[in-house]
Design a protein around this ligand. Structure first.
Ligand code: GLP
Length: 247
């Protein structure tokens, strides 16, 4: 695991964007997995700017979201589909047939998991995945306790994320949200991973992920076993590392 600590908000987002741009430069036909959330919103904005400035052609890459919230339409601004469409796919002029996402309203979510996984893993699978970190250490929607051997599945949402999404998006209490996600096994099979985490609310999970035991109780700790994984932290997220913040 390579650890990069970046001071400054824009520097943090730019560092993430540089990693995605590098994956595109290395393979202009790369299949790239992305995550949604507060962290990656800034990374995606920096990526769009960087690709414009350096005239990076993204027309031949394929992108997919590693997870999606079930039981809400794609048109809902909280859906991972809508977020990635507006933050990445449209601004980078990627055609929508190169944008893979599970259908959040599929009648049979388990079948949808399998079909999504099949499309993501075909032709050699992803070349690169950019991950965020859940406050409780989740990866995608793989919550604490998820077996490391899991492939794509329908997970539950943690209570704090469920509450925040409802509050920010006016999602009624009777809509039961779930997390359709690639499994830990799928993520670990990708040859190159980068995870970004910022803010003091991630400090405990980040320290556990990097310095704690590899345990299913903290899904992100599995990344210690990945042969090519970089973790980018800002100073707040790095504050609990025993090695300290070295810049
Ligand atoms: C959600 C997503 C994850 C993401 C995480 C971090 O749970 N399913 O893929 O990594 O949030 O989000 P944030 O950056 O908003 O903290």
């Amino acid at each position: 695991m390579k650890i990069t600590i970046v001071c400054g908000e824009q520097e943090f987002y730019s560092a993430g964007a540089e990693r995605i741009a590098a994956a595109i430069r290395t393979n202009p036909e790369a299949k790239i997995g992305l995550s949604t959330g507060r962290t990656t919103k800034g990374v995606h904005a920096a990526l769009v700017k960087l690709c414009e400035e350096r005239e990076i052609d993204c027309s031949r890459i394929t992108v997919f979201g590693i997870d999606e919230i079930t039981n809400m339409p794609r048109s809902c601004p909280a859906s991972c589909y809508d977020l990635l469409l507006n933050q990445v796919v449209r601004p980078l002029r990627i055609s929508e047939d190169r944008f893979l996402m599970p259908d959040p309203e599929a009648e049979d979510p388990l079948k949808e998991c399998q079909e999504f996984e099949r499309r993501v893993m075909e032709n050699g699978g992803p070349d690169f995945i950019f991950l965020g970190l859940g406050e409780n250490g989740h990866l995608g929607f793989n919550q604490p306790g998820t077996p490391f051997g899991r492939t794509a599945w329908l997970s539950w949402m943690d209570d704090s994320l469920d509450e925040r999404l409802r509050r920010e998006n006016g999602i009624p209490a009777d809509v039961k949200m779930g997390g359709l996600t690639l499994g830990i096994k799928n993520l670990m099979q990708c040859p190159h991973l980068v995870l970004a985490a910022n803010g003091s609310n991630k400090a405990d999970s980040a320290a556990g992920m990097i310095e704690g035991p590899v345990t299913e109780a903290l899904p992100a700790s599995v990344l210690q076993l990945h042969p090519d994984c970089e973790v980018i932290l800002d100073a707040d997220a790095a504050q609990n590392l025993s090695r300290g913040v070295t810049g």
